[in-house]
Each structure stands twice: as structure tokens, then as C-alpha cells.
Design a protein around this ligand. Structure first.
Ligand code: 5GP
Length: 197
């Protein structure tokens, strides 16, 4: 008789962390090297940066379209990030992918992670941390894609986000993109149990 081996449920992993910590870079590494992992494509009202493609990096929407999706209940979570633009995760694709048995990754901000924790408490919540605060500031300034006012806004958000680390199941330090991404993917495969109060 075959032994009944419990099959782990397809894993939803939510990756959050302070701005400029490198969440996007870690997610891009996973996209390139681990095609078995499905990456959610968020909706946003911010304009595309050079090299970003609609439907690949984000669904770029105007405010009216975003609000229509939100009001129709089509977003799993949504937030105004850095006080300016809407960001949100389309709900349908996440459920479809998990039902198909494929692990899914959401790379979202802290407010969004808290909402997913309410609606999908079995997900694994991973905090991507910088090696240090100084390193985080260096990365934010070094990226050079935001003006001075935007950088200041993002640093304020980052301070609050760093303080939220304790709410997460696991912390991964982004000291090296490849190492951090591989640690993340191995968590998606493992049966690491979310810590719960
Ligand atoms: P960026 O504009 O640099 O691509 O992203 C800004 C912030 O928005 C990042 O912290 C990113 O994790 C977050 N973000 C991206 N997509 C979503 C989403 O669907 N929902 C939420 N709540 N935050 C998101």
C-alpha cells in the first residue's frame, strides 16, 4: 500500500520591506531564475519608469480605472504608497495560480501585507531587511530615480516600515541579491510554518 505523504499546500509568500531595500531586484532575480514561481503583477497609478512594460512589471492604470477595479472588489489588497500613487494586487490571478498548484509571490508594501494577513492568514510573510540603515539610505540616494522631495517621503515611509519587522514570519537580509532570492525561493519550497501569536 502506498504511504500517504502529506502534500504541502501551494505556498503564497508575501515579500515586504522598506523602500529601496531591493525588493524589486530580488523579485526580478526570481522571475529570471525561477520560472516555476509565479509573480503577481500589481496595478499602479504611477507612471512607468524607463524599461518598465505594461502587463509585465505593472498594469499601469489611471486613477479612475484603478478605483473602478478596487470598488468592484477585484483587488486582494490596495494601498496609497509614499502618499502619492495607488498600488494594488489583482485578486483573481492569485487564487487561480494557487489553485493550479504553483507557488505565488507578492512583492508589496507593508500596508498591503497587513491586508493580506487578514484575508489569507496561511500565507508566509517575509521581511526583506537592509544590512543597515546607512546602507538603505545609500541605496535610496544611489538609485537616482526620485527627486529630493520624493526621497524624503520615501525615507519617512522606510523608517516606519523597518519598525514593522517583528510582524513578519521570517526576515531575510538583502546583503546579496542572489543569496537573498535563493533563500526566499527555498522558503517557498519548505514547510516553514508561519509564526502566529
Ligand atoms: P515602485 O514604485 O518603486 O515600483 O514601488 C513602490 C512601492 O510599492 C514598493 O514598496 C512596492 O513593494 C510597493 N508595491 C508594489 N506593488 C504593490 C501592490 O500591489 N500593493 C501594495 N500595497 N504595494 C505595492
Amino acid at each position: 500500500m502506498p504511504v500517504d505523504v502529506p502534500v504541502p499546500a501551494p505556498r503564497l509568500v508575501v515579500l515586504a520591506g522598506p523602500t529601496a531595500v531591493g525588493k524589486g531586484t530580488v523579485a526580478a532575480y526570481v522571475r529570471e531564475h525561477h520560472p516555476e514561481v509565479w509573480l503577481s503583477v500589481s496595478c499602479t497609478t504611477r507612471p512607468a519608469r524607463p524599461g518598465e512594460r505594461d502587463g509585465v512589471h505593472y498594469h499601469f492604470l489611471d486613477r479612475a480605472d484603478f478605483e473602478a477595479q478596487r470598488d468592484a472588489g477585484q483587488l486582494l489588497e490596495w494601498a496609497v504608497v509614499h502618499g502619492t500613487n495607488y498600488y494594488g494586487t489583482p485578486r483573481g490571478p492569485v487564487h487561480e495560480v494557487l489553485a493550479s498548484g504553483r507557488p505565488a509571490l507578492l512583492e508589496i508594501d507593508l500596508q498591503g501585507a497587513r491586508q493580506v494577513r487578514e484575508s489569507m492568514p496561511d500565507a508566509l510573510f517575509v521581511f526583506l531587511a537592509p544590512p543597515s540603515w546607512d546602507e538603505l539610505v545609500r541605496r535610496l540616494v544611489g538609485r537616482g530615480t526620485e527627486d529630493e522631495a520624493e526621497r524624503a517621503r520615501r525615507l519617512t515611509t522606510a523608517r516606519a516600515e523597518l519598525a514593522a519587522q517583528e510582524e513578519f514570519d521570517v526576515t531575510i537580509v538583502n546583503d546579496d541579491v542572489r543569496r537573498a532570492a535563493e533563500e526566499l525561493v527555498s522558503l517557498m519550497r519548505s514547510d516553514h510554518q508561519p509564526k502566529r501569536d
